[in-house]
Write a protein that binds this ligand. Structure first.
Ligand SMILES: Nc1ncnc2c1ncn2[C@@H]1O[C@H](COP(=O)(O)OP(=O)(O)OP(=O)(O)O)[C@@H](O)[C@H]1O
Ligand SMILES: [Mg+2]
Length: 282
């Protein structure tokens, strides 16, 4: 007599992966056109399909003007697509939402408020006040190593410190999705590396779904689960690279370097092709 045997021992059933949750962000067939001064519609983004899963850290990488910020603005709800759709957890994105926060390159701090006051502002705008809000703001400043600068004003801080305040302010409101538009673009290499590590540490703790816009190939590879490469005219996704390396990563990892070569080729930044002798005399 034959018996049908399950391919799995009974107690292994509990270790079977559950069905994947639905994507947190879904951009489907999205296009954006802007009206040029001539009155013509100029396509800026075309046929963009992108899904970002819950807790994923995805970078948008591409040359200046290719539409990275436009795509981020679509997902953050600052802009509506001309065609196609954007949804978060299945709900169409129709405008900004307090569950999503954006960190910009220029920090966006209020100069007249102290460091603590800047973080408190975000909490106050969500109705949190008093000693509890103050304690929470201080907690997030502590997380980014700035508790001691709580009473200073932005003009007394370095660029890296200002961006740490912006990170504290963004995280204090416990968002579900974090968007960052070239947050470290204005910082020197040392500070950038330091803040990249800080961001990773915070991301590991919060597992926020994160979309990072960057020009920096190394930053994209060091931080991301996935690098989405955009081409220009019109902006569109030309390649997606999975970075299947555990964290923390070693910036000298040969796998990262191989991926870097691939990205540089793709972005036509490898070699000296762009330094071709111009047709005119110098
Ligand atoms: N509100 C607008 N009206 C008209 N054109 C716009 C508008 N916003 C962006 N554009 C154009 O859309 C294109 C993409 O802009 P976007 O800011 O998304 O590029 P980007 O990839 O973020 O560039 P960068 O890396 O320089 O920040 C650019 O040509 C820009 O001039
Ligand atoms: Mg931009």
């Amino acid at each position: 007599m034959s018996t049908t045997r399950s391919p799995l021992p009974v107690d292994a059933a509990s270790s079977i992966e559950p069905l994947a949750p639905p994507p947190r962000i879904a951009v489907r067939g999205a296009g954006v056109s802007f009206r040029a001064p001539s009155g013509e519609d100029r396509p800026v983004l075309s046929a963009v399909n992108l899904q970002v899963g819950p807790g994923e850290l995805v970078s948008l990488l591409g040359p200046s003007g290719c539409g990275k910020t436009t795509l981020m603005n679509l997902m953050a709800g600052f802009l509506r697509p001309t065609v196609g759709s954007v949804a978060i957890d299945g709900v169409p994105v129709t405008g900004p939402d307090p569950r999503r926060v954006v960190i910009f390159q220029d920090y966006g701090l209020f100069p007249w408020r102290t460091v603590l006051g800047n973080v408190l502002f975000a909490l106050e705008s969500r109705g949190e006040r008093g000693t509890a809000a103050r304690a929470k703001a201080l907690h997030y400043l502590q997380l980014v190593g700035l508790a001691e600068a709580a009473d200073q004003h932005p003009h007394q801080l370095s660029g890296g410190m200002k961006q740490r305040v912006a990170i504290a302010r963004a995280l204090a409101v416990r968002p579900e999705v974090l968007f960052m538009d070239e947050p470290f673009g204005a910082l020197d290499t040392f500070t950038r590396f330091h803040l990249q590590d800080l961001l990773l540490e915070l991301w590991e703790r919060t597992r926020l779904t994160t979309v990072l816009v960057t020009h920096d190939v190394d930053e994209a590879l060091y931080l991301s689960d996935r690098v989405v490469v955009l081409g220009e005219n019109p902006g569109r996704i030309v390649e997606t690279i999975d970075v299947a390396l555990p964290r923390p990563r070693d910036r000298r990892d040969p796998v990262l370097h191989a991926l870097r070569d691939r990205l540089l080729e793709h972005l036509r930044l490898a070699g000296r092709w762009h330094l071709r002798t111009p047709e005119y005399e110098i």
